[in-house]
Ligand binder design. Structure first.
Ligand SMILES: Nc1ncnc2c1ncn2[C@@H]1O[C@H](COP(=O)(O)OP(=O)(O)OP(=O)(O)O)[C@@H](O)[C@H]1O
Ligand SMILES: [Mg+2]
Length: 311
Protein backbone atom coordinates (compact mmCIF):
# COMPACT_ATOMS: atom_id res chain seq x y z
CA UNK A 1 0.00 0.00 0.00
CA UNK A 2 1.06 3.55 -0.58
CA UNK A 3 1.84 5.44 2.61
CA UNK A 4 2.82 8.99 3.54
CA UNK A 5 6.35 9.91 2.51
CA UNK A 6 8.77 12.66 3.35
CA UNK A 7 11.15 14.09 0.77
CA UNK A 8 8.85 13.61 -2.22
CA UNK A 9 10.13 14.39 -5.73
CA UNK A 10 8.48 17.30 -7.52
CA UNK A 11 6.50 16.25 -10.58
CA UNK A 12 5.67 18.73 -13.33
CA UNK A 13 2.26 17.33 -14.32
CA UNK A 14 2.06 19.66 -17.34
CA UNK A 15 5.04 17.84 -18.90
CA UNK A 16 3.16 14.54 -18.47
CA UNK A 17 -0.18 15.73 -19.86
CA UNK A 18 0.07 13.58 -23.00
CA UNK A 19 0.97 10.31 -21.27
CA UNK A 20 -1.44 7.39 -21.75
CA UNK A 21 -1.15 4.14 -19.77
CA UNK A 22 -2.79 0.97 -21.04
CA UNK A 23 -3.75 -1.19 -18.07
CA UNK A 24 -5.94 -4.01 -16.87
CA UNK A 25 -5.46 -6.24 -13.83
CA UNK A 26 -5.83 -9.35 -15.97
CA UNK A 27 -3.51 -10.86 -18.56
CA UNK A 28 -4.19 -11.42 -22.25
CA UNK A 29 -6.80 -8.72 -22.75
CA UNK A 30 -4.95 -6.72 -25.45
CA UNK A 31 -2.91 -4.17 -23.47
CA UNK A 32 0.31 -4.73 -25.44
CA UNK A 33 -1.38 -5.12 -28.83
CA UNK A 34 -3.47 -1.97 -28.46
CA UNK A 35 -0.69 0.10 -26.86
CA UNK A 36 1.84 -0.81 -29.58
CA UNK A 37 -0.55 -0.38 -32.48
CA UNK A 38 -2.01 2.95 -31.38
CA UNK A 39 1.53 4.22 -30.73
CA UNK A 40 2.62 3.01 -34.19
CA UNK A 41 -0.41 4.49 -35.93
CA UNK A 42 0.06 7.86 -34.23
CA UNK A 43 3.76 7.81 -35.23
CA UNK A 44 2.84 6.97 -38.85
CA UNK A 45 0.57 10.03 -38.75
CA UNK A 46 3.45 12.43 -37.98
CA UNK A 47 3.10 12.46 -34.19
CA UNK A 48 6.34 11.97 -32.25
CA UNK A 49 5.73 9.03 -29.93
CA UNK A 50 7.55 7.31 -27.08
CA UNK A 51 6.37 3.79 -26.26
CA UNK A 52 7.45 2.50 -22.84
CA UNK A 53 7.34 -1.26 -22.23
CA UNK A 54 6.95 -1.56 -18.45
CA UNK A 55 6.75 -5.37 -18.59
CA UNK A 56 9.00 -8.12 -17.38
CA UNK A 57 8.12 -10.09 -20.52
CA UNK A 58 9.06 -7.43 -23.04
CA UNK A 59 6.23 -8.28 -25.40
CA UNK A 60 6.26 -4.88 -27.09
CA UNK A 61 9.44 -6.19 -28.74
CA UNK A 62 7.41 -8.95 -30.36
CA UNK A 63 4.90 -6.45 -31.74
CA UNK A 64 7.63 -4.19 -33.12
CA UNK A 65 10.00 -6.98 -34.15
CA UNK A 66 13.07 -6.06 -32.06
CA UNK A 67 12.84 -8.92 -29.51
CA UNK A 68 16.22 -10.65 -29.19
CA UNK A 69 17.75 -8.25 -31.74
CA UNK A 70 20.43 -5.59 -31.09
CA UNK A 71 17.93 -3.16 -29.51
CA UNK A 72 16.86 -5.72 -26.92
CA UNK A 73 18.67 -5.09 -23.62
CA UNK A 74 16.00 -6.99 -21.66
CA UNK A 75 14.81 -3.81 -19.99
CA UNK A 76 18.14 -2.89 -18.40
CA UNK A 77 18.36 0.77 -19.50
CA UNK A 78 14.74 1.41 -18.49
CA UNK A 79 15.14 -0.28 -15.10
CA UNK A 80 18.45 1.52 -14.37
CA UNK A 81 17.01 4.96 -15.19
CA UNK A 82 13.90 4.42 -13.04
CA UNK A 83 15.91 3.00 -10.13
CA UNK A 84 18.30 6.01 -10.21
CA UNK A 85 15.72 8.68 -11.08
CA UNK A 86 17.77 9.69 -14.12
CA UNK A 87 16.36 10.57 -17.56
CA UNK A 88 14.95 7.70 -19.63
CA UNK A 89 17.16 6.77 -22.59
CA UNK A 90 14.77 5.88 -25.41
CA UNK A 91 16.02 4.24 -28.60
CA UNK A 92 14.59 4.44 -32.10
CA UNK A 93 12.25 1.58 -32.96
CA UNK A 94 13.49 1.81 -36.56
CA UNK A 95 10.20 3.45 -37.57
CA UNK A 96 9.97 7.20 -38.14
CA UNK A 97 8.71 9.17 -35.08
CA UNK A 98 8.55 6.09 -32.84
CA UNK A 99 11.02 5.67 -29.99
CA UNK A 100 10.86 2.93 -27.36
CA UNK A 101 12.02 2.18 -23.86
CA UNK A 102 12.65 -1.54 -24.11
CA UNK A 103 11.10 -3.83 -21.47
CA UNK A 104 12.17 -7.22 -20.18
CA UNK A 105 13.40 -9.14 -17.16
CA UNK A 106 15.23 -6.16 -15.58
CA UNK A 107 11.91 -4.30 -15.41
CA UNK A 108 10.44 -7.29 -13.57
CA UNK A 109 13.08 -6.78 -10.86
CA UNK A 110 12.41 -3.05 -10.47
CA UNK A 111 9.80 -3.28 -7.67
CA UNK A 112 12.18 -5.10 -5.32
CA UNK A 113 15.06 -2.72 -6.17
CA UNK A 114 12.86 0.31 -5.47
CA UNK A 115 11.45 -1.11 -2.26
CA UNK A 116 14.98 -1.78 -0.96
CA UNK A 117 16.23 1.63 -1.97
CA UNK A 118 13.25 3.62 -0.69
CA UNK A 119 12.15 1.53 2.26
CA UNK A 120 8.84 2.65 3.78
CA UNK A 121 8.56 5.40 1.13
CA UNK A 122 5.89 3.81 -1.01
CA UNK A 123 4.74 7.06 -2.63
CA UNK A 124 8.27 7.87 -3.66
CA UNK A 125 8.68 4.38 -5.17
CA UNK A 126 5.49 4.86 -7.19
CA UNK A 127 6.71 8.21 -8.58
CA UNK A 128 10.07 7.03 -9.91
CA UNK A 129 8.93 6.44 -13.52
CA UNK A 130 7.30 9.90 -13.51
CA UNK A 131 10.63 11.36 -12.31
CA UNK A 132 12.57 9.74 -15.17
CA UNK A 133 9.92 10.34 -17.81
CA UNK A 134 9.40 14.05 -17.11
CA UNK A 135 13.03 14.66 -18.10
CA UNK A 136 12.38 13.52 -21.70
CA UNK A 137 8.59 13.80 -22.18
CA UNK A 138 8.97 17.25 -23.77
CA UNK A 139 10.58 15.57 -26.82
CA UNK A 140 7.32 13.78 -27.65
CA UNK A 141 3.74 14.66 -28.63
CA UNK A 142 2.49 11.41 -27.11
CA UNK A 143 3.86 8.90 -24.58
CA UNK A 144 2.28 5.44 -24.38
CA UNK A 145 2.97 3.10 -21.45
CA UNK A 146 2.22 -0.63 -21.69
CA UNK A 147 1.73 -2.06 -18.20
CA UNK A 148 1.68 -5.62 -16.87
CA UNK A 149 -1.19 -7.60 -15.33
CA UNK A 150 -1.28 -8.69 -11.68
CA UNK A 151 1.66 -6.52 -10.65
CA UNK A 152 0.50 -3.62 -8.42
CA UNK A 153 3.97 -2.01 -7.98
CA UNK A 154 4.59 -1.76 -11.76
CA UNK A 155 0.97 -0.73 -12.35
CA UNK A 156 1.40 2.04 -9.77
CA UNK A 157 4.57 3.26 -11.52
CA UNK A 158 2.69 3.37 -14.85
CA UNK A 159 -0.36 5.11 -13.38
CA UNK A 160 1.65 7.61 -11.36
CA UNK A 161 3.43 8.75 -14.57
CA UNK A 162 0.27 9.09 -16.67
CA UNK A 163 -2.48 11.62 -17.28
CA UNK A 164 -4.80 9.09 -18.96
CA UNK A 165 -5.72 5.43 -18.51
CA UNK A 166 -7.11 3.25 -21.31
CA UNK A 167 -8.43 -0.16 -20.28
CA UNK A 168 -8.77 -2.88 -22.92
CA UNK A 169 -11.23 -5.63 -21.91
CA UNK A 170 -12.45 -8.86 -23.41
CA UNK A 171 -16.18 -9.47 -23.48
CA UNK A 172 -16.37 -12.19 -20.81
CA UNK A 173 -17.84 -11.16 -17.50
CA UNK A 174 -15.02 -12.56 -15.34
CA UNK A 175 -12.33 -10.63 -17.20
CA UNK A 176 -14.31 -7.42 -16.82
CA UNK A 177 -15.10 -7.95 -13.13
CA UNK A 178 -11.61 -9.14 -12.10
CA UNK A 179 -9.45 -7.27 -14.60
CA UNK A 180 -11.23 -3.95 -14.58
CA UNK A 181 -11.82 -4.24 -10.84
CA UNK A 182 -8.09 -4.80 -10.24
CA UNK A 183 -6.87 -1.80 -12.23
CA UNK A 184 -9.71 0.40 -10.87
CA UNK A 185 -8.41 -0.24 -7.36
CA UNK A 186 -4.84 0.81 -8.30
CA UNK A 187 -6.24 3.80 -10.23
CA UNK A 188 -8.13 5.06 -7.16
CA UNK A 189 -5.13 4.59 -4.88
CA UNK A 190 -2.64 6.35 -7.19
CA UNK A 191 -5.07 9.20 -7.91
CA UNK A 192 -5.62 9.80 -4.21
CA UNK A 193 -2.00 9.48 -3.07
CA UNK A 194 0.30 10.78 -5.81
CA UNK A 195 -1.45 11.71 -9.05
CA UNK A 196 -4.75 13.61 -8.81
CA UNK A 197 -4.43 14.48 -12.54
CA UNK A 198 -5.02 10.84 -13.56
CA UNK A 199 -8.24 10.25 -15.53
CA UNK A 200 -9.90 7.29 -17.20
CA UNK A 201 -9.93 8.02 -20.94
CA UNK A 202 -12.00 4.95 -21.74
CA UNK A 203 -12.57 1.21 -21.89
CA UNK A 204 -12.14 -0.57 -25.24
CA UNK A 205 -13.52 -3.96 -26.22
CA UNK A 206 -10.70 -6.15 -27.61
CA UNK A 207 -10.71 -9.32 -29.76
CA UNK A 208 -14.46 -9.33 -30.05
CA UNK A 209 -16.07 -11.88 -32.35
CA UNK A 210 -18.88 -9.46 -32.88
CA UNK A 211 -19.38 -5.72 -32.78
CA UNK A 212 -23.15 -6.21 -32.46
CA UNK A 213 -25.11 -3.70 -30.42
CA UNK A 214 -26.29 -6.50 -28.09
CA UNK A 215 -22.73 -7.53 -27.14
CA UNK A 216 -21.70 -3.92 -26.65
CA UNK A 217 -24.71 -3.33 -24.43
CA UNK A 218 -23.81 -6.37 -22.30
CA UNK A 219 -20.20 -5.22 -22.02
CA UNK A 220 -21.30 -1.70 -21.11
CA UNK A 221 -23.57 -3.10 -18.39
CA UNK A 222 -20.71 -5.20 -16.93
CA UNK A 223 -18.27 -2.26 -17.13
CA UNK A 224 -20.79 0.04 -15.40
CA UNK A 225 -21.24 -2.52 -12.63
CA UNK A 226 -17.56 -2.04 -11.80
CA UNK A 227 -16.99 1.63 -12.66
CA UNK A 228 -20.45 3.12 -12.16
CA UNK A 229 -22.97 4.60 -14.57
CA UNK A 230 -21.68 6.66 -17.47
CA UNK A 231 -18.25 4.94 -17.50
CA UNK A 232 -16.49 6.11 -20.69
CA UNK A 233 -16.38 3.42 -23.41
CA UNK A 234 -14.82 3.81 -26.83
CA UNK A 235 -17.16 3.14 -29.70
CA UNK A 236 -14.27 1.50 -31.60
CA UNK A 237 -14.16 -2.29 -31.06
CA UNK A 238 -11.06 -4.32 -32.01
CA UNK A 239 -12.29 -7.37 -33.87
CA UNK A 240 -11.07 -10.91 -33.21
CA UNK A 241 -8.60 -12.41 -35.69
CA UNK A 242 -6.22 -15.19 -34.77
CA UNK A 243 -4.59 -15.09 -38.20
CA UNK A 244 -3.77 -11.39 -37.92
CA UNK A 245 -2.43 -11.62 -34.36
CA UNK A 246 -0.28 -14.66 -35.16
CA UNK A 247 1.16 -13.18 -38.35
CA UNK A 248 1.79 -9.79 -36.73
CA UNK A 249 3.91 -11.31 -33.95
CA UNK A 250 5.63 -13.82 -36.24
CA UNK A 251 6.75 -11.02 -38.55
CA UNK A 252 7.25 -8.33 -35.89
CA UNK A 253 4.90 -6.04 -37.79
CA UNK A 254 2.16 -3.75 -36.52
CA UNK A 255 -1.26 -4.47 -37.97
CA UNK A 256 -1.26 -1.54 -40.42
CA UNK A 257 2.18 -2.69 -41.62
CA UNK A 258 0.78 -6.20 -42.10
CA UNK A 259 -2.01 -4.66 -44.15
CA UNK A 260 0.63 -2.98 -46.36
CA UNK A 261 2.47 -6.31 -46.69
CA UNK A 262 -0.79 -7.94 -47.84
CA UNK A 263 -0.64 -5.74 -50.93
CA UNK A 264 2.33 -7.86 -52.12
CA UNK A 265 0.63 -11.21 -51.54
CA UNK A 266 1.60 -13.78 -54.19
CA UNK A 267 -0.92 -14.31 -56.97
CA UNK A 268 -3.06 -17.44 -57.07
CA UNK A 269 -1.07 -18.87 -60.01
CA UNK A 270 2.22 -18.39 -58.15
CA UNK A 271 0.88 -20.58 -55.32
CA UNK A 272 -0.34 -23.21 -57.82
CA UNK A 273 2.95 -23.41 -59.67
CA UNK A 274 4.92 -23.53 -56.42
CA UNK A 275 6.64 -20.22 -57.22
CA UNK A 276 5.34 -18.93 -53.86
CA UNK A 277 4.34 -20.68 -50.65
CA UNK A 278 1.22 -20.38 -48.49
CA UNK A 279 3.34 -18.99 -45.62
CA UNK A 280 3.97 -15.88 -47.71
CA UNK A 281 0.26 -15.05 -47.81
CA UNK A 282 -0.76 -12.30 -45.38
CA UNK A 283 -4.31 -12.33 -44.00
CA UNK A 284 -6.41 -9.70 -45.74
CA UNK A 285 -8.41 -9.35 -42.49
CA UNK A 286 -5.44 -7.21 -41.42
CA UNK A 287 -7.09 -4.29 -43.26
CA UNK A 288 -10.22 -4.52 -41.06
CA UNK A 289 -8.28 -4.93 -37.81
CA UNK A 290 -6.02 -2.01 -38.81
CA UNK A 291 -9.13 0.11 -39.42
CA UNK A 292 -10.49 -0.79 -35.95
CA UNK A 293 -7.18 0.23 -34.38
CA UNK A 294 -7.04 3.44 -36.42
CA UNK A 295 -10.59 4.26 -35.30
CA UNK A 296 -9.57 3.81 -31.68
CA UNK A 297 -6.47 6.00 -32.15
CA UNK A 298 -8.58 8.80 -33.66
CA UNK A 299 -11.10 8.51 -30.85
CA UNK A 300 -8.35 8.64 -28.20
CA UNK A 301 -6.94 11.86 -29.67
CA UNK A 302 -10.32 13.52 -30.01
CA UNK A 303 -11.29 12.61 -26.44
CA UNK A 304 -8.01 13.93 -25.08
CA UNK A 305 -8.51 17.17 -27.02
CA UNK A 306 -12.13 17.51 -25.83
CA UNK A 307 -11.23 16.83 -22.19
CA UNK A 308 -8.26 19.20 -22.35
CA UNK A 309 -10.42 22.07 -23.58
CA UNK A 310 -13.16 21.38 -21.02
CA UNK A 311 -10.63 21.30 -18.15
N1 LIG B 1 -7.38 -8.90 -33.06
C1 LIG B 1 -7.03 -9.94 -32.29
N2 LIG B 1 -7.86 -11.00 -32.14
C2 LIG B 1 -7.51 -12.04 -31.36
N3 LIG B 1 -6.35 -12.15 -30.68
C3 LIG B 1 -5.50 -11.13 -30.79
C4 LIG B 1 -5.78 -9.97 -31.60
N4 LIG B 1 -4.72 -9.14 -31.53
C5 LIG B 1 -3.82 -9.72 -30.72
N5 LIG B 1 -4.27 -10.92 -30.27
C6 LIG B 1 -3.59 -11.87 -29.37
O1 LIG B 1 -4.19 -11.83 -28.09
C7 LIG B 1 -3.22 -12.20 -27.10
C8 LIG B 1 -3.26 -11.22 -25.96
O2 LIG B 1 -2.91 -9.94 -26.42
P1 LIG B 1 -1.87 -9.01 -25.66
O3 LIG B 1 -0.56 -9.68 -25.49
O4 LIG B 1 -1.91 -7.69 -26.36
O5 LIG B 1 -2.60 -8.90 -24.25
P2 LIG B 1 -1.99 -8.31 -22.88
O6 LIG B 1 -3.16 -7.80 -22.11
O7 LIG B 1 -0.91 -7.36 -23.16
O8 LIG B 1 -1.40 -9.63 -22.21
P3 LIG B 1 -0.41 -9.69 -20.91
O9 LIG B 1 -1.27 -9.30 -19.76
O10 LIG B 1 0.02 -11.11 -20.89
O11 LIG B 1 0.69 -8.72 -21.12
C9 LIG B 1 -1.88 -12.26 -27.81
O12 LIG B 1 -1.55 -13.60 -28.05
C10 LIG B 1 -2.14 -11.52 -29.12
O13 LIG B 1 -1.29 -11.99 -30.16
MG1 LIG C 1 1.10 -7.38 -22.45
Amino acid sequence: MLTDDADMPVIDRESLSRVVTFGNGKGGVGKTTVASNTAGLAAADDTTVLLIDLNGQGNVGRELGYREGPLDDDGQALADAVAEGTALRPVSSGRPNLDVCVGGAAVGHLPSILSNRYQFQAERQALMLAVSLQQVAGNYDLVVIDSPPENPPLQQLALAAARWLVVPVKSDKASIEDGLGGIAKQFALVRKKVNPALELLGVVLFASGSSSTAIRKDVRRDVEKVLGEGAPMFSAVIRHSEAVSRQARERGLLVHELEQAAASNPAFWQLRTGEASREQVVSTTSASVAEDLAGLTREMFSRIAALETSA
